[in-house]
Design a protein around this ligand. Structure first.
Ligand code: NAP
Length: 285
């Protein structure tokens, strides 16, 4: 068997084309152009690249974007004041604070300051709670991208055994919650899970978000499983790989996402989607 490669670039392109049309129609009928404000603290090269990619993606679909760049030495009150200003600004519909933050800034306090109506990353406690009780407002972008990829590939979720490897607040836990909401039977594994393979081998859908290259080897995967690799790892030789041994696992899986070109392009796409949802809600649409 050789797995069908899930082409995240293709799916993201299709979704973005649809979003561009919706945004243009929204602006035509309301006179409002959706706007995203991104707050970038410090000069971490990867964070800067992510932020500039987000700004470009916004431009491409007709969303206005502004980046507020702050020095790594910014104090918590100064950062909160920037968020407050964006919360107050009626022309801003989405606010995103690029993570990670420098160690002196408490992440939760910063995320909790973002207005829940503009929390397009879905990280505010209110929106996390919405996920738990099944009345989601803004789904976190990477898990949402995973769900959309499964739907675009017409992979059934209800009743399937889903194993999520990784239990972070931004990827693993929300992915598990969202797929459980779609009636999957979900198991979450993490770094202290004993004998990871005894769980992964049961997965009809295996979602891996650990940030460990080659964590998932072919013997750990059930024949015919759908494998979604969220991991992004830079090897010493500069190559970018996921968490799954792609070449070996593709011979056993029914579907597999490549890295790069799988989940990654969907993450920003769902951010664009959430920004339009915010603009609509804030404009009473
Ligand atoms: P994170 O906060 O470091 O969380 C990693 C999770 O994996 C933790 O729950 C950890 O367990 C678990 N883990 C680590 N080693 C493990 C092992 N050997 N076996 C089982 N579980 C293990 O990372 P994250 O922010 O969730 O990101 C995960 C990966 O996804 C990273 O490679 C990141 O770059 C990538 N990512 C990709 C996108 C995208 O758009 N494609 C977006 C976000 C993140 P503990 O909780 O026990 O420590």
């Amino acid at each position: 068997m050789s797995a069908r490669i899930i082409d995240g670039v293709k799916h993201a392109k299709q979704l973005r084309a649809g979003l561009a049309a919706e945004i243009s129609e929204f602006e035509r009928s309301t006179g409002v152009r959706p706007k995203l404000t991104v707050v970038l603290v410090g000069s971490d090269a990867a964070s800067r690249l992510y932020v500039s990619n987000k700004a470009k993606a916004c431009r491409d679909v007709g969303i206005e974007s502004a980046t507020v760049a702050l020095p790594a030495s910014v104090t918590l009150p100064e950062l909160l004041a920037v968020i407050d200003a964006a919360n107050e600004d009626k022309t801003v519909h989405g606010i995103l604070v690029q993570l990670p933050l420098p160690a002196h800034l408490p992440v939760r306090a910063v995320l909790e300051r973002i207005s829940v109506d503009k929390d397009v990353d879905g990280f505010h406690m209110y929106n996390v709670g919405g996920l738990v009780v099944g009345s989601t407002v803004f789904s976190p972008c990477t898990p949402y991208g995973v769900q959309k990829l499964l739907e675009a590939e017409q992979i059934p979720i209800a009743g399937q055994n889903v194993v999520v490897v990784g239990a972070s607040n931004i990827v693993g836990k929300p992915t598990a919650l969202m797929l459980m909401q779609k009636d999957a039977t979900v198991c979450i594994c993490h770094a202290k899970t004993r004998d990871l393979a005894q769980f992964t081998i049961l997965a009809d859908i295996l979602v891996v978000a650990a940030g460990r290259p080659n964590l998932i080897l072919a013997p750990m995967v059930k024949t015919g499983a759908v494998v979604i690799d969220v991991g992004i790892n830079r090897l010493p030789d500069g190559r970018i790989v996921g968490d799954v041994d792609f070449e070996a696992v593709r011979l056993k899986a029914s579907h597999i996402t490549p890295v790069p070109g799988g989940v990654g392009p969907m993450t920003i796409t769902m951010l664009l989607h959430n920004t339009l949802v915010a603009a609509r809600a804030l404009s009473g649409q």
